[in-house]
Design a protein around this ligand. Structure first.
Ligand code: UGA
Length: 429
């Protein structure tokens, strides 16, 4: 099928590339000329495992092209996906100006029937507004359908998630676009849920909020574990084996971050408020998340006493493993809080060093993970990169003033660490 994607961020670029990979003819549009130039020359603006190779392959085989012209995208396809950012506003609600702008651009370029699909995460009822906008700005008076198709991929596993989705959600106002949408997603062999647009939009916010709730739940359990000497990982394993609960998203740590959960929670709370419902449960999820960081910082201060001038090595800056994304990263927040207390930081991340430099100007960026502990009073694991487990602990112990490790992601085995002479503090164990 011929498909255009407006917006080549994490979601847009992965979507376009994975559509091309199953044989669709894809035009990716972005207003950022430098980004389009980079993509045309074989570069890629983000780190995402496997993505670069797929972009190269599909571009070379002629199924994937890049342009700055929305008109070109609209002309080239009958199905146009909107995948532009929906950033937060200061009051927690969502800035929908990019969506509105793209809807207008699509409307003014339309000369025949089009299916306009919203893939960006948006508040419920946005589809109606998109339809109204297209109606208003489309001079050619052609027919169109608006569809909601929320995306569930995770950064760091984006290609894998897109190619093997648990489900595909398609929200429609009429049956007309259903067949085409089923053809678009048919090759992925996933269950397809066809529903109304409001429900599709709500599925996205409800899913992200529930996952955030799961994380806050296990973080709250971690507090009780610490107070009783229980082990949160054992508890997570024990409850996770109940199929009704499931083990995934039950890892206690520094709390959730990233460009989705914090933003989407605030947006969902705000939307509910506007609809007359005080979503206290989700406000509690936010509160637990904030407190988790405070508790971890207190644990550090209780052990190190004075943080001022303490040299601390930080492993991990990205908001989670497998990505170079530092937006709303708990690791960055931790660093900023430590710097504010006057600590001296030596930091490292396998992929996020460049992006972190812009927000952590006072830290020393160390190119080699094993050189981070040099002269440090303590080490912190702030992101769950599996390679941190390969840290040369023997060397670290010898070059640090004292071997203290704060494991904010429960990566290491506590008993093993203590056996090797470390003061080891983790979360809920
Ligand atoms: C999240 C959702 O998982 C995706 O399904 C969704 O499509 C995406 O948001 C989005 O709305 O675009 P993402 O933000 O990429 O994906 O990252 P997650 O893997 O969900 O992790 C979010 C945060 O939760 C990270 O800071 C991670 O470290 C933390 N986390 C995750 C935990 O603290 N514990 C866990 O058990 C799992």
């Amino acid at each position: 099928m011929e498909i255009s994607i407006i917006g080549t961020g994490y979601v847009g670029l992965v979507t376009g590339t994975c559509f091309a990979e199953v044989g669709h003819q894809v035009t990716c549009v972005d207003c950022d000329a430098a980004k389009i130039e980079l993509l045309r020359s074989g570069g890629i603006p983000i780190y995402e495992p496997g993505l670069k190779e797929l972009v190269e392959k599909n571009a070379a085989e002629g199924r994937l092209r890049f342009t700055t012209s929305t008109r070109e995208g609209v002309d080239a396809s009958d199905i146009i996906f909107i995948a532009v950012p929906t950033p937060p506003l200061p009051d927690g609600s969502v800035d929908l100006s990019f969506i509105e702008g793209v809807a207008r651009d699509i409307a003014s370029a339309m000369t025949g029937y089009k299916i306009v699909v919203d893939k960006s995460t948006v508040p419920v009822k946005t589809g109606e507004k998109v339809a109204e906008t297209i109606q208003r700005y489309c001079k050619a008076r052609v027919e169109f359908d608006v569809v909601s198709n929320p995306e569930f991929l995770r950064e760091g596993f984006a290609v894998e998630d897109f190619m093997h989705p648990d489900r595909v959600v398609i929200g429609v106002a009429s049956q007309r676009p259903v067949k085409a949408m089923q053809e678009v997603f048919g090759p992925y062999n996933a269950p397809i849920i066809v529903t109304d647009i409001h429900s599709a939009e709500l599925i996205k916010h409800a899913a992200n909020s529930f996952l955030a709730l799961k994380i806050s739940y296990i973080n709250a359990i971690s507090v009780v574990c610490e107070a009783t000497g229980a082990n949160v990982q054992e508890v997570a394993n024990g409850i996770g084996m109940d199929a009704r609960i499931g083990r995934r998203f039950l890892d206690a740590g520094l709390g959730f971050g990233g460009s989705c959960f914090p933003k989407d929670l605030s947006a969902f709370i705000k939307i509910s408020e506007q609809l007359g419902y005080d979503f206290r449960l989700l406000r509690e999820v936010q509160r637990i998340n904030t407190e988790q960081m405070e508790r971890f910082l207190k644990k550090m201060a209780d052990t190190l006493w004075v943080l001022k001038e303490k040299k601390i090595g930080v492993l991990g800056l990205a908001f989670k493993q497998n990505t170079d994304d530092v937006r709303s990263s708990p690791a960055i927040e931790l660093c900023q809080r430590l710097l504010k207390e006057g600590a001296v930081l030596r930091v490292y991340d396998p992929k996020a060093m460049e992006k972190a430099k812009a927000v952590l100007k006072e830290a020393t960026f160390v190119a080699d993970m094993n050189a981070v502990p040099d002269g440090c009073d303590a080490l912190v694991v702030a992101t769950e990169w599996p390679e941190f487990k390969k840290l040369d602990l023997e060397r670290a112990r010898n070059v640090m003033t004292h071997p203290i490790l704060f494991d904010g992601r429960n990566l290491f085995d506590g008993r093993e660490m203590e056996r090797h002479g470390w003061i080891y503090k983790s979360v809920g164990r």
